[in-house]
Design a binder for this molecule. Structure first.
Ligand SMILES: Cc1cc2nc3c(=O)[nH]c(=O)nc-3n(C[C@H](O)[C@H](O)[C@H](O)COP(=O)(O)OP(=O)(O)OC[C@H]3O[C@@H](n4cnc5c(N)ncnc54)[C@H](O)[C@@H]3O)c2cc1C
Ligand SMILES: *[C@@H]1O[C@H](CO)[C@@H](O)[C@H](O)[C@H]1NC(C)=O
Ligand SMILES: *[C@@H]1O[C@H](CO)[C@@H](O)[C@H](O)[C@H]1NC(C)=O
Ligand SMILES: *[C@@H]1O[C@H](CO)[C@@H](O)[C@H](O)[C@H]1NC(C)=O
Ligand SMILES: *[C@@H]1O[C@H](CO)[C@@H](O)[C@H](O)[C@H]1NC(C)=O
Ligand SMILES: *[C@@H]1O[C@H](CO)[C@@H](O)[C@H](O)[C@H]1NC(C)=O
Ligand SMILES: *[C@@H]1O[C@H](CO)[C@@H](O)[C@H](O)[C@H]1NC(C)=O
Ligand SMILES: *[C@@H]1O[C@H](CO)[C@@H](O)[C@H](O)[C@H]1NC(C)=O
Ligand SMILES: *[C@@H]1O[C@H](CO)[C@@H](O)[C@H](O)[C@H]1NC(C)=O
Ligand SMILES: *[C@@H]1O[C@H](CO)[C@@H](O)[C@H](O)[C@H]1NC(C)=O
Length: 511
């Protein structure tokens, strides 16, 4: 190891001498780091159009592509690969020089350091945005730098759809690697269950396929393991015929919140709308602590809409309540997703946290009783604060479809029944409120978990895509059984722990 460091240091001195005249390095204290300087300069020399230094327009643009301002950091340099060979070359170089790095696709994970680095090289996947459809239309091959809106817009010209993210501006990579909650999950499982093949760069730079027949252990792990096993450079997704849908967003004033909660409780009850597998809903309470107001909002959708000008039975209970606004009507999926472009707004600070409860009327009551009072008392002084309590139903049919498609690292049991994947979302403006928001998140989650455990409806699952810093998501996968297998797969494909130690951001399985 000592020799190794010495060697790279010497190469560095040599290269800085050669390159110092042409390479602008704006941060002089960071430029003293010989390992980083060497890695960036070598990559810049080999790939001058892909390597960006602070102060350049490309660096500034790339470094702004994060959804939450809490995640903004200052990488030493930014690498923007255009193909798998570029990614492979970067991984080999960063591995060789033991340089820290991060990978960013859509930049939507609101966890500091998940897709950014203050001391290393950022690999930004933005330019890897290719799309290709197989000749029979059955498989869509998509680049890891795409956002879901681009994917659905492109596929709609072919009358196809994929099982993917529900918000147009979010990145495809993070959603698929964390499992992925889709509007079509009740019939097709997690979005990841619809990936037929991952092309990825392994720790030694090899470009490999992971699918049901090649590297099948890795294929299983990649469906849920986030950034632990490699850098995905292409996803091959099964497609389905597009069809009209009944879809939109309904919002309710404070005075209707009671009726909304009852409608949701009815929807979850035996024979309720939850059993219509073409239907997806995202019910939420919206809390505005400064105004001391609790409102409600629900996304409603029935796919494969066959009725004529009639509200689907599964959604009637929500439509019946008098609402502040209701955009639901028959439309295409891309048209509906234009309602989600606001989620590309990058001017706020945000946090996510996740927990789960069995999908009963009690769960809805507990969420409503526990969290709003805490938000109103703890966040009243937090400027422009907003709290979303997203109560996403995950159905038995969703979990069965996941298993029928070959399973995944999340490995949830359909026999456990329907559950609510609860996502606690906070939005606010000022950095000085970070600590208050974290305290609120901790207090709110603790109160809810305590209440759900007492009521015997706690469900041990934290959805990675909605999880926050410090949550131990992988230890809950497969009721604790997946983690060891994920680690042994890591040892086989990444014996040096490149994606653990050199790329430490986000959710890690550990060694
Ligand atoms: C507004 C909004 C809406 C959302 N809607 C949904 C939804 O409908 N369904 C759902 O399941 N989730 C949803 N999420 C959660 C979302 O899945 C996660 O935030 C996800 O991480 C975002 O993916 P990204 O590519 O934008 O993230 P990034 O922040 O770019 O990446 C997330 C993590 O994945 C790693 N990573 C990125 N690209 C790669 C790659 N190519 N190979 C290996 N590792 C990689 C990063 O290093 C990072 O650790 C939503 C989030 C937001 C903010
Ligand atoms: C320069 O880099 C150092 C070390 O990474 C960091 O602490 C400092 O804030 C940076 N300064 C500027 C102006 O970016
Ligand atoms: C891919 O990126 C290129 C260059 O940035 C851009 O011109 C093109 O529109 C993008 N394509 C898609 C499908 O997003
Ligand atoms: C799986 O990977 C192998 C090896 O690269 C490849 O030949 C095969 O076509 C892949 N299968 C799918 C479904 O992509
Ligand atoms: C809609 O229904 C058709 C016909 O049953 C089916 O082929 C298609 O896969 C369905 N779409 C989705 C997204 O499930
Ligand atoms: C839908 O209803 C309208 C108005 O009642 C009618 O004109 C139209 O023919 C109907 N379409 C179908 C497909 O039933
Ligand atoms: C919705 O309202 C209609 C008309 O008032 C009524 O017939 C129906 O029973 C209501 N349905 C639900 C689920 O509330
Ligand atoms: C983005 O959010 C900020 C802060 O909430 C708001 O002021 C601004 O209008 C939003 N921008 C867009 C384009 O919606
Ligand atoms: C929701 O909370 C409010 C305020 O605490 C309470 O008045 C109401 O009864 C609760 N509703 C349900 C359905 O739990
Ligand atoms: C790279 O790692 C893979 C997975 O462990 C292994 O199969 C392959 O032989 C390695 N390639 C080289 C060149 O070492």
């Amino acid at each position: 190891m000592a020799n190794y460091v010495l060697t790279t240091f010497c190469v560095c001195l040599h290269l800085s001498f050669v390159l110092s005249a042409i390479v602008p390095v704006s941060n002089s204290s960071a430029s003293l780091d010989p390992v980083l300087s060497e890695s960036c300069q070598i990559l810049g020399q080999r790939f001058p159009n892909q390597l960006h230094w602070p102060g350049t327009e490309q660096y500034t643009n790339e470094n702004s592509l994060y959804w939450s301002k809490t995640t903004l950091v200052t990488p030493y340099c930014i690498f923007t690969p255009e193909n798998a060979n570029h990614v492979s070359a970067a991984v080999i170089e960063l591995h060789r020089t033991q340089t820290q790095f991060a990978v960013r696709s859509g930049g939507h994970m609101p966890v500091k350091g998940a897709a950014g680095t203050n001391q290393g090289v950022l690999i930004a996947m933005t330019r890897m945005n290719s799309t290709a459809l197989s000749t029979d239309g059955g498989i869509a091959s998509i680049g890891p730098g795409l956002r879901w809106g681009d994917v659905y817009n492109w596929l709609s010209t072919e009358d196809r759809v994929v099982v993917g993210g529900r918000y147009a501006p979010v990145g495809v990579s993070g959603v698929l690697l964390g499992g992925g909650m889709s509007h079509f999950s009740a019939t097709h499982g997690w979005a990841a269950n619809n990936v037929v093949n991952f092309e990825l760069v392994l720790a030694n730079g090899t470009i490999a396929s992971a699918n049901a027949t090649a590297n099948s252990d890795l294929f299983w792990a990649l469906k849920g393991s986030s950034s632990n096993h490699g850098i995905v450079v292409r996803f091959d997704l099964r497609t389905y015929p597009a069809s009209p849908m009944y879809a939109g967003t309904i919002s309710y004033e404070e005075s209707q919140v009671q009726q909304f909660l009852h409608a949701f409780q009815n929807w979850l009850s035996p024979g309720g709308g939850i059993r219509d597998e073409a239907t997806a809903i995202v019910p939420a309470l919206f809390i505005y602590p400064e105004e001391r107001s609790v409102q409600a909002n629900i996304v409603v959708l029935q796919n494969n809409y066959t009725l004529n000008q009639t509200v689907p039975k599964s959604l009637q209970g929500f439509v019946n309540i008098s609402s502040a606004s209701n955009t639901a009507h028959v439309r295409t999926y891309p048209d509906f997703l234009t309602e989600t472009t606001q989620y590309g707004n990058r001017s706020n600070r945000n946090t996510f946290y996740a927990t789960s409860l069995l999908a009963t009327a009690d769960a809805v009551r507990l969420i409503n009783e526990t969290i709003p009072p805490i938000a109103l008392s703890m966040l009243e002084g937090v400027q422009n604060s907003f709290v979303g309590l997203s109560m996403q139903p995950v159905t038995k049919s969703h979990l069965q479809a996941a298993r029928d498609a070959g399973g995944d690292a999340l490995d949830l049991d359909p026999n456990d029944g329907d559950f609510i994947a609860f996502n606690l979302v906070v939005e606010y403006t000022n950095e000085q409120d970070d600590a208050t928001v974290i305290s609120f998140n901790t207090a709110a989650l603790q109160a809810l978990d305590t209440a759900s455990k007492a009521a015997n409806i706690y469900y041990p699952f934290q959805f990675l895509n909605d999880a926050g810093a410090g949550e131990q998501v992988f230890s809950l996968y497969g009721k604790g059984k997946s983690l060891e297998r994920m680690k042994s797969i890591r040892r086989a494909y990444d014996p040096d722990g490149v994606f653990q130690d050199l790329m430490p951001g986000g959710f890690k399985i550990g060694v």
